[in-house]
Design a protein around this ligand. Sequence first.
Ligand code: ADP
Ligand code: MG
Length: 256
Amino acid sequence: MAKIFCIANQKGGVGKTTTTVNLAAGLAKVGQRVLLVDLDPQGNATMGSGIDKRQLELSVYDVLLESASIAEAAIKPEKCGYDVLSANRELAGAEVELVQLAHRDQRLRHALAAVDNQYDFVLIDCPPSLSMLTLNGLCAAHGVIVPMQCEYFALEGLTDLVNTIKQVHANLNKDLKIIGLLRVMFDPRITLQMQVSDQLKAHFGDKVFDTVIPRNVRLAEAPSYGLPGVVFDASAKGSQAYVEFARELVRRAPTL
Ligand code: ADP
Ligand code: MG
């Protein structure tokens, strides 16, 4: 059975997509079968996996509207080691079209059920909002991985996300929980970041992952080559951290 995780945070630019593609590549590197689902109409995870979002024959849009299965729509990028259910701007339209349909928040969950034994991990890159798309992700998942920067308003933003997850848990998906908080773009030389990191651990205890992802320019450069940092430059500190994070997740997975 696949472990299905949403990578979510209602803030934009906090490292969701970077975490999704690099965790996918890291998990593949340590021998796991991975499907990445791009649920963001911006298609950054699609492009960051080397797939041209302007030339998709089938995408997650077709899957949500039940005109294609995941087996039909998933793509295997050459160098990444994982499969991708890709996205582009068309997906923004699904939001409107889904409103009229039955079980509109359960579409992704149903589609994933058909490929459950083909993957060890499914990682869903969510858009930075609580839309019908994000809701499809949250209804399909066993849990949420929350990437966050250790900045002044970080804890405040978390309250909204925690409340959303509680509501979905209560009303739509009893499995859903927070898997963990991942500290990203971390710079230990910045005192404030160390302080916020300590606060996070005090508040959330072992829900804070041990692995910390440093700020690392190679991770930011990699998408322009259509590769996750882990594939683009395996020796970079940021890439090594994401592979370490993949190992931590595999270690923890039996208890999740
Ligand atoms: P989101 O998906 O939450 O909007 P992204 O993953 O696209 O966030 O990251 C936002 C920006 O920060 C991107 O330009 C990305 O390359 C950069 N970035 C993300 N993580 C790191 C990191 N650890 N070190 C340096 N830059 C990073
Ligand atoms: Mg993103």
